[in-house]
Design a protein around this ligand. Sequence first.
Ligand SMILES: Cc1cc2nc3c(=O)[nH]c(=O)nc-3n(C[C@H](O)[C@H](O)[C@H](O)COP(=O)(O)OP(=O)(O)OC[C@H]3O[C@@H](n4cnc5c(N)ncnc54)[C@H](O)[C@@H]3O)c2cc1C
Length: 393
Amino acid sequence: MKRVAVLGGGPAGSFAAERLARAGLETILLDEKLAWEKPCGGGITYKAYQQYPFLMHNDTPKKVVTTTSIAAPKAGAVDMPLSQPLLIYSRYDLNRMLLNRAEQAGAKIEKTRVTGVERGGQGWRLHTRNGSLDADFCVVATGARNPLRNVGTEYRAADTMVALGYYVPCERDHIDIQFLPKLEGYIWVFPRCGHLSVGICGKGEPASSLRARLEQYMREKSICFKGAPFYGHVLPSLETPGWKSNRVAGDGWLAVGDAGGLVDPITGEGLYYAMRSGDLASQVVLDEAHSLADKAQLYRSLLERDFAADLAFGATLAKRVFLGRFLFNTVPEQMVRFIRRSPRFSSLMQDLFAGTQPYLGLKSRLWTNLNGTLTETIMNFFLHKLIPGENHV
Ligand SMILES: Cc1cc2nc3c(=O)[nH]c(=O)nc-3n(C[C@H](O)[C@H](O)[C@H](O)COP(=O)(O)OP(=O)(O)OC[C@H]3O[C@@H](n4cnc5c(N)ncnc54)[C@H](O)[C@@H]3O)c2cc1C
């Protein structure tokens, strides 16, 4: 393997390029925009900066948030401290930092759109707006709107959410999360340096109706959106069949980040999985013990072991989390009440926010930790309804 082409320079592509170039492989990264304000909350969990500490320790502007407020229609709002802070970046700043790191590691960065990829023999011919070039291997990192038909996840409508929102000039220190009636999704207000990212994501509902819900919320909370920049994008949210048939690798290519559907189907967290998959893909490319033909399978099994099995399990819970009912109330309403009443449930939710509590094992953690109060007994039934498939320890 002499030259690897990384198609796309978001977090997934730039991190993969950094790792490949640092190991001494000739790496070329192609992105049509390079650093840009990709529509996003920009939230980075503890799980991400624990694994990649440079995300915390750097000079790039970011907000370190330690409190969140979670609200659901009939349950009101509850403040929850974050045992591990959430970092919030503007995407322009985050992308620029990651691209700079890739370039400093030795990757060649080119601003151009990839218009087509052709497999020829053992290699690739890539067509771009600037001409064409050859590569031995491709890392596909072109995001959720991947225009390259033959590589990466093949999305069905059920495997995506619409996500849209506003950047509002305003200073704030805490996060707001709002659940809404009959919505498989939620509203977020993320404070960044100098502005807020206020957005909504939802599955199976038109963008116009999501926008109306968001604007109503912003009016109620006196968050002015007049003149504020509007954004909209696709958020991968694979359902169970999508995870089973996910086209994440093939002959001479590996897909990373959103191009591989690698996003938490409940929270929409994708930045960690973009970087982690970029990291794993680079390990597979660099692994000399496996032939070119074996690399796709190696990557699939690394992903599965690392986080994909957990996200696929999360997909089985997603509808119940947002739309399920328990004891005459919705699941989000009960969650807000349990956070208020039970320190154990609050601690579990904090770990979910930090990314340190996998979906697999969620139920058994509480089952083994109950101390028998009425709230916790009810909570136990609630979790049994929410996660019927998982065995107790
Ligand atoms: C509204 C919204 C809010 C979100 N909030 C959060 C959050 O708070 N926390 C979190 O963890 N995740 C969040 N996500 C998910 C997160 O944004 C994505 O998971 C993440 O950006 C994936 O990174 P990526 O590198 O795979 O793709 P992207 O960041 O989309 O990067 C893809 C890159 O490929 C380039 N590209 C595409 N096609 C071509 C082409 N043909 N030629 C050249 N270049 C090309 C693009 O210019 C782009 O730079 C959010 C997503 C949305 C939509």
